[in-house]
Design a protein around this ligand. Structure first.
Ligand SMILES: [Zn+2]
Length: 189
């Protein structure tokens, strides 16, 4: 894990995709860490600075995922979504350390971070000609539902299944609705 000065970083307003090639899927994450730490498991990390500014850091070379990564898994690539990293870009909001569905902890996801995810995903989808639908642009929670590891244990994932804490039980239905809420927002970006 490294802090922001190490990676190329742009303001959300200025950031644009700039790596030509074949990308067919966009996966959306949260980091499950603090607001400052950045991770090369993703291609783009979206971080909110202390003054509220949203920035986009490029933490992994996207070209490494422009291939069937499982054909030659010894070659480096960003491992953001289990079994789904071929031709796939991973973007992540830096937040949600020690969060649970009923208590988002000291680094809760923010409206600014959610907006940043939607803006970055929409620009990537436009650049790579990816449909903004649930088969091509999905949260890690939705991928985990499809691949049978949705949940809140350490081995499971619920990224972006819920946007504010609640005592209600977290269900796949809610996670799918949350993913669709994000896609609706991307389509209007
Ligand atoms: Zn994730």
């Amino acid at each position: 894990m490294q802090h922001g000065s190490t990676y190329p970083t742009a303001s959300l307003d200025a950031w644009r995709p700039e790596t030509p090639g074949r990308i067919e899927f966009v996966y959306l994450h949260w980091s499950a860490h603090d607001y400052a730490s950045l991770f090369p498991a993703y291609h783009y990390c979206i971080a909110q600075q202390s003054d509220g500014t949203i920035v986009v850091a490029q933490t992994h070379d996207l070209r490494e995922n422009m291939r069937d990564v499982y054909a030659k898994p010894e070659r480096p690539y960003a491992q953001h979504t289990r079994g789904r990293n071929s031709y796939a870009v991973g973007i992540s909001a830096m937040a949600m350390e020690n969060a649970t569905p009923h208590d988002f902890g000291a680094y809760p996801i923010t409206e600014g971070l959610i907006d940043g995810l939607c803006v970055v995903a929409a620009r990537l989808a436009s650049y790579y000609d990816i449909a903004l639908d649930a088969d091509h642009v999905m949260t890690h929670a939705e991928a985990a539902i499809r691949d049978d590891y949705f949940g809140t244990t350490p081995e499971e994932r619920w990224d972006l299944a819920r946007f504010s804490p609640s005592t209600a039980a977290l269900t796949p239905r809610e996670a799918l609705a949350s993913g669709e809420t994000l896609r609706v927002r991307m389509r209007s970006t």
